[in-house]
Design a protein around this ligand. Structure first.
Ligand code: ATR
Length: 272
């Protein structure tokens, strides 16, 4: 029941209307008997929105495009990861202080670990945007990572984490796909479209293929990878695991990710 003690959490971004996060987090609050609600806020003026979070005592936030980097300057403290990555997707309001975290990297790692060993593996990461950076930072600590990006400079910048960076070209794709054990798509290619960042002919059966795009659930890349016989991991696992880490930061509860996935899938059907 919503009453005078109900705490408020939310997502800020633009646009946010297709997000599955409200469905997932509200289902979790109910399941764990936490008196809180989660709403999506379509924000134009980030600075005012963050001031409003403080003024109203909103308990926590998720942050999505295009604000993951811009929000840093408005926060009081950053976790070590958030500072290193330069991007925040989770904010905790701790007694009036806003603390920024990044759970994208750990979310991707946990999603991968459900299906495969990661330690010591050779990982080809496509994309050096917000999500790509976070994944590069986290995986660089336990695997060998090559990052390819359309804008080469952004991939090179990630070399400070100990990964190798290069241009997302056909030649590099060919070279590093024959080297890799795991390939991750962290570009937006394939999101609500038929394109794939990897020509089908370059895929081979013993690759693990992880796409962080979750709309559609089976992207072109994942369909072609499945047809070739690869182990495939969809982007909903990433969304859920990063959300589970946010939920734990807010509430101290380590949520049931299988339950989260079922609720997200139900929510997805309802919104179509
Ligand atoms: P997110 O927060 O989801 O990572 P982002 O920071 O906007 O979003 O990053 C989008 C990623 O997809 C970037 O790596 C981008 O490449 P650039 O850095 O060169 O922009 C990549 N991307 C988007 N459209 C692409 C396309 N048509 N071909 C290749 N890469 C693309």
């Amino acid at each position: 029941m919503i009453n005078a003690k109900t705490r408020l959490y939310g997502l800020i971004g633009k646009p946010v209307e297709h997000s599955l996060s409200p469905v997932i987090h509200n289902a979790l609050f109910k399941r764990y008997n936490i008196n809180a609600v989660y709403l999506a806020f379509d924000v134009d003026d980030l600075e005012s929105a963050v001031k409003g979070v403080k003024a109203l005592g909103i308990s926590g936030l998720n942050v999505t495009m295009p604000y993951k980097e811009q929000i840093l300057e408005f926060l009081d403290e950053l976790s070590e990861e958030a500072r290193a990555i330069g991007s925040v997707n989770t904010v905790v309001n701790r007694e009036g202080k806003l603390i920024g975290y990044n759970t994208d990297g750990i979310g991707a790692l946990k999603a991968l670990k459900r299906f495969t060993e990661v330690e010591g593996k050779r990982v080809l990461l496509l994309g050096a945007g917000g999500a790509g950076k976070a994944i590069a930072y986290t995986l660089s600590r336990l695997a060998k990572v090559v990052v390819l990006n359309r804008t080469e400079r952004k991939a090179k910048e990630l070399e400070k984490f100990g990964v190798k960076g290069g241009k997302l070209s056909k030649e590099n794709l060919k070279r590093y796909l024959s080297w890799a054990d795991i390939v991750i798509n962290a570009t937006s290619l394939g999101m609500n479209e038929d394109r794939s960042p990897i020509p089908k002919g370059l895929l081979r059966e013993n690759l693990v293929v992880f796409d962080i795009v979750y709309s559609p659930l089976e992207t072109n890349l994942l369909r072609e990878a499945r047809e070739v016989g690869c182990l495939t991991i969809d982007g909903l696992w990433m969304l859920i695991h990063q959300g589970a880490e946010s939920f734990r930061l807010w509430t101290g509860v380590k949520p049931d990710v299988e339950f989260m996935r079922r609720e997200a899938l139900k929510g997805e059907k309802r919104s179509i």
